[in-house]
Design a protein around this ligand. Structure first.
Ligand code: GLA
Length: 729
C-alpha cells in the first residue's frame, strides 16, 4: 500500500520505494505539508515544523483560530489568494461580485487503486510496472462555492508522485479562474540550488545551477509552446548535492504551452515551489457545474544526487507516460532528407537516397519539408497538405518504390502553421491567431493557425489523414517552427480570450489523439525548430522529439546530457549529419558523430549517395551498433560520469542494463591535449560481485567502480570510444 491515512491526526503518508510525502489536515481544515524526502516507516515522529514567527500580527489568522496557525506561516499543500497567505499561491478565483479572494478548506478525501485519466490532457497511466494508488483531497471555498480536488498519484516503482488539481464550480453563477497551478510544494528550508534547462534555438536545454535567494526565482513561457528557452522542469538540489550524492527534488510539468515554475524563499526561512499553467496568459470561465483540470505535475525525490532523480523520471516516463510500449520499442533506423537536400529534391533524388539507405541497412526514409502545395522554399504552402505532384510525382507510387527497396516511409508536417501564400489562407484568413485591426506578426514567413477552433483541428485531421491514407506512411515528423503572437481568436467572445493559449494546446493534443486513434501504430516524432517543445506533455503523445536543429556532435553532448536530466534518452531524436556541420561549421570525426547519435533515437541526416567508401563502412558499423546496443541504451539506467569541463578532459556517460549484466560507456574528448596524464573513467551502477569483460580484460564490478577504466583515445579533437562491459560470472 503506497498511501496510508491515519484518522486520528488526519495524516496522509504517500510512499514510493525510497521516498515519502507526508501532509495532514490541521484543526482549521488546511492541508499542511510535513515532509517530502526519504522514506518514513510510520506516523511516529512526524511532527510539524514549528516556525518561530513570534506570532507576528503581519501573518494573520482566522477568527477563533490559534495565531500560530496563520496560513502565512504554515507549510501548505494549497494556498488561495488574498486570505492570509502572502506567498505565491495555487488558485485565484474571480467571482461575479468582483472578489478574487480564494480560501479553500478540507471537506473529504478518497483513496483508490490506479489512476484516473483526465480527458484531453497528457496523462500518466498505471501501466504494468509497480503499484499505483491515488489520493484525492477535496477542499472547498464555502464563500464562493468552488471546489478544489487535489490529486496525488503515487508511482511506487519510480518514486514519483503525480499531482494535479480539478476545480468544480458548485455555485449558481459563473466564476473565472485567474490562476490554477498544478502543484504547490513547501520545503522546510531554502538551502537549495535551482537547477534548470535553459538556452535558445540550436542551443537548447543547457543545465544551469544557481542558489535560491530571497524573493522569487522562476522560469516561464509565454510563447504558446514550452519553448527552446526553458524546459518546464526543474530540480531543487541541496547546495552540496552532486550527480551521485545529496538530496534533490525534481519537479516537471506534463504540459506543452505557457508554463510557470517559481520558487519563493520567504520570511520564515522556508521555500515554496509552485508549477502550472502560466497565469500571465490564462483565465478560464467556469459556468455553474463546470470543471477544469490542470496539467499534471510530476515530483520525485532522490537522496542519491541528481543522477538518481534523472533515473526516477526516466523510469516514470518510460513506464507510465510514453504510450503503447514505444519507450522501449526499437524505432526504424531512419535517414531524413532535410540536411541531405533541404527543399531541393525530386522523386529521383529521393529514390537515390533510399537505394543507398537500403544498401547500408537503414530502415526508413523520412521526407522532410518541401513535398506539399507549391513549396520550394519557406515562403509558401503551409496549410496546403496536398502532394506537390509536379515535384515528386504520385506519392503512392514513390512510396511503393521506396517500400520495394525494403524501406519504410515517413513524412514531415507542420500542422499548426499557415503561409500567407497558401490556398488555405485565401479561403480562411480568420483561421489565423490575430486580433482584427492589428498586424499579424510573421516568423519564418508563417503565421499560426488558431488551434483553439475545433473546425481548424478537424480540417487538419481530414487533410493529414487523407495524405496518410494515400500511401503507406508509418511515421510523421510534426514540426512547429515559430511561437504564438497576437493570441486572439475570432471564434471566442471578448471575455474568453484568456482561454485561447490553453485551448490552443488542447487543440494540439486533440489532433495528436485523433491521428493516433485513426492510425494506431503510427510513430510521431515531435519537433519545434529542433527542441522548442521538448516536454513531458508532448511525451504523453509522441515517444520521441527532435532534440535540436543543431546536429553538431560536440554541441549535442551538452544538449543531450542536459535533456537527460529529466527526459529519457529513448525520447531524444539524434542523427549523424554531414561535416562541416551546417550550423556550427565544425568538423567532428564520423565515428564520434555516430557514438553521440547512438545516445538518442539514432538515424542519419545527410545525403547517403555522397558518402565516401570509408564512411559507408562506418555507417555499416554504426547500424550494427545501433541494433546491438538499442535495448541497453533505451531501457537501461543512465549514469552521467564526467564532464569535459571538470578534472577529466572528457565527457563520459554510461548505460547499465536492469539486470546489471551489460553496460556501455561512451567517452568523448572535445579537445585533444598533449602530454596529459591518462585519466580513468569510473563506471557506476555495476554489480560489485560480478566479473565483467571489458577491453579484453576480466575485472570485477567492484574493481571497475573503485579504480575505473583508463581512457585511451586517438589523437584529435572530438575523438571518442565506446566501452562495452559484459558480465562473465
Ligand atoms: C525545423 C526542423 C528541421 C526541419 C525544418 C524543415 O527547423 O527542426 O528538422 O524539419 O524545420 O523546415
Amino acid at each position: 500500500m503506497s498511501i496510508r491515512f491515519f484518522e486520528s491526526r488526519k495524516l496522509f503518508i504517500l510512499s514510493g520505494e525510497t521516498i515519502s510525502y507526508v501532509f495532514y489536515i490541521d484543526a482549521n481544515g488546511r492541508p499542511v505539508h510535513l515532509h517530502f524526502g526519504g522514506k518514513v516507516l510510520g506516523e511516529e515522529g512526524l511532527v510539524p515544523q514549528e516556525i518561530r514567527k513570534g506570532h507576528s500580527s503581519f501573518s494573520p489568522w482566522g477568527p477563533g483560530e490559534n495565531p500560530k496557525d496563520s496560513p502565512d506561516a504554515l507549510m501548505l499543500e494549497f494556498s488561495g489568494f488574498n486570505s492570509g497567505d502572502f506567498r505565491i499561491g495555487s488558485a485565484t478565483v474571480l467571482t461575479e461580485n468582483g472578489s478574487q479572494i480564494t480560501d479553500a478548506l478540507y471537506v473529504s478525501h478518497r483513496i483508490y487503486p490506479g489512476k484516473e485519466a483526465s480527458a484531453g490532457l497528457p496523462c500518466a497511466y498505471a501501466g504494468k510496472t509497480g503499484n499505483v494508488e491515488t489520493l484525492e483531497v477535496t477542499l472547498r471555498d464555502t464563500a464562493c462555492n468552488v471546489e478544489f480536488i487535489l490529486r496525488y498519484s503515487v508511482f511506487e516503482d519510480c518514486d514519483t508522485i503525480v499531482r494535479s488539481v480539478r476545480t468544480v464550480n458548485r455555485s449558481a453563477s459563473p466564476v473565472v479562474l485567474r490562476r490554477l497551478m498544478s502543484a504547490q510544494l513547501d520545503l522546510p528550508h531554502t538551502a537549495f540550488d535551482f537547477i534548470q534547462l535553459s538556452g535558445s534555438w540550436a542551443r537548447e536545454r543547457h543545465a544551469e545551477r544557481t542558489p535560491l535567494h530571497p524573493g522569487i526565482q522562476s522560469i516561464r513561457s509565454v510563447r504558446g509552446a514550452s519553448g527552446h528557452q526553458n524546459s518546464p522542469a526543474i530540480a531543487l538540489g541541496a547546495h552540496d548535492a552532486t550527480e551521485y550524492s545529496g538530496d534533490v527534488c525534481g519537479a516537471l510539468l506534463a504540459y506543452s504551452g505557457n508554463f510557470l515554475i517559481e520558487a519563493e524563499c520567504e520570511q520564515y526561512g522556508t521555500a515554496r515551489l509552485v508549477l502550472g499553467i502560466n497565469p500571465e496568459t490564462f483565465s478560464w470561465t467556469l459556468a455553474p457545474g463546470e470543471a477544469f483540470e490542470t496539467p499534471e505535475a510530476c515530483l520525485t525525490f532522490s537522496g542519491e544526487g541528481i543522477g538518481r532523480m534523472s533515473r526516477n523520471f526516466h523510469d516514470f516516463m518510460r513506464n507510465h507516460l510514453i504510450r503503447d510500449g514505444w519507450a522501449r520499442k526499437k524505432r526504424p533506423l531512419l535517414v531524413n532528407s532535410w540536411e541531405a537536400a533541404y527543399f531541393d529534391f525530386d522523386a529521383e533524388k529521393l529514390l537515390g537516397i533510399a537505394k543507398s539507405a537500403a544498401e547500408l541497412g537503414i530502415e526508413m526514409l523520412v521526407l522532410d519539408d518541401g513535398w506539399f502545395g507549391a513549396r520550394n522554399d519557406d515562403t509558401t504552402s503551409l496549410g496546403d497538405w496536398f502532394v506537390n505532384t509536379a515535384k515528386i510525382g504520385d506519392l503512392g507510387e514513390l512510396v511503393r518504390k521506396i517500400n520495394a527497396l525494403g524501406l519504410k516511409f515517413g513524412l514531415w508536417f507542420e500542422p499548426e502553421m499557415i503561409s500567407e501564400k497558401s490556398v488555405l489562407y485565401g479561403e480562411h484568413p480568420d483561421w489565423v491567431l490575430h486580433e482584427p485591426g492589428r498586424r499579424r506578426s510573421i516568423g519564418r514567413q508563417q503565421m499560426v493557425l488558431d488551434m483553439s477552433r475545433p473546425e481548424v483541428v478537424q480540417y487538419l485531421f481530414d487533410t493529414i489523414a487523407g495524405v496518410l491514407r494515400s500511401a503507406s506512411i508509418e511515421y510523421i515528423k510534426w514540426d512547429m517552427n515559430r511561437n504564438l503572437t497576437e493570441v486572439y481568436s475570432a471564434a471566442l467572445p471578448p471575455d474568453r480570450q484568456g482561454e485561447v493559449a490553453h485551448r490552443y494546446v488542447l487543440g494540439v493534443y486533440r489532433l495528436h489523439e485523433m491521428l493516433l486513434e485513426a492510425f494506431p501504430g503510427l510513430l510521431i516524432e515531435g519537433c519545434s525548430g529542433g527542441g522548442g517543445r521538448f516536454d513531458a506533455g508532448m511525451l504523453g503523445y509522441v515517444p520521441q522529439i527532435w532534440c535540436s536543429d543543431d546536429t553538431d556532435a560536440m554541441e549535442r553532448i551538452r544538449i543531450q546530457l542536459g535533456t537527460s536530466l529529466f527526459y529519457p534518452v529513448s525520447a531524444m531524436g539524434a542523427h549523424v549529419s554531414v561535416c562541416p556541420n551546417h550550423i556550427t561549421g565544425r568538423t567532428t570525426p564520423f565515428v564520434t558523430r555516430g557514438n553521440i547519435a547512438l545516445s538518442g533515437t539514432f538515424g542519419y541526416e545527410l545525403d547517403l549517395t555522397k558518402l565516401s567508401k570509408e564512411e559507408r563502412e562506418l555507417v555499416r558499423v554504426q547500424v550494427a551498433e545501433y541494433h546491438r546496443y538499442h535495448d541497453l541504451i533505451a531501457c537501461g539506467d543512465l549514469y552521467r560520469l564526467s564532464s569535459a569541463f571538470s578534472l577529466n578532459a572528457f565527457d563520459a556517460w554510461m548505460y547499465v542494463s536492469r539486470n546489471r549484466r551489460e553496460a556501455l560507456i561512451t567517452v568523448v574528448s572535445r579537445f585533444s591535449e598533449p602530454n596529459c596524464g591518462v585519466r580513468f573513467v569510473r563506471p557506476r551502477g555495476l554489480d560489485p560481485e560480478t566479473a565483467y569483460e571489458v577491453d579484453g580484460m576480466r575485472v570485477s564490478g567492484a574493481t571497475l567502480m573503485a579504480l575505473g577504466i583508463q581512457v585511451k583515445l586517438p589523437a584529435g579533437d572530438g575523438a571518442s570510444r565506446l566501452y562495452y562491459l559484459r558480465a562473465l560470472s
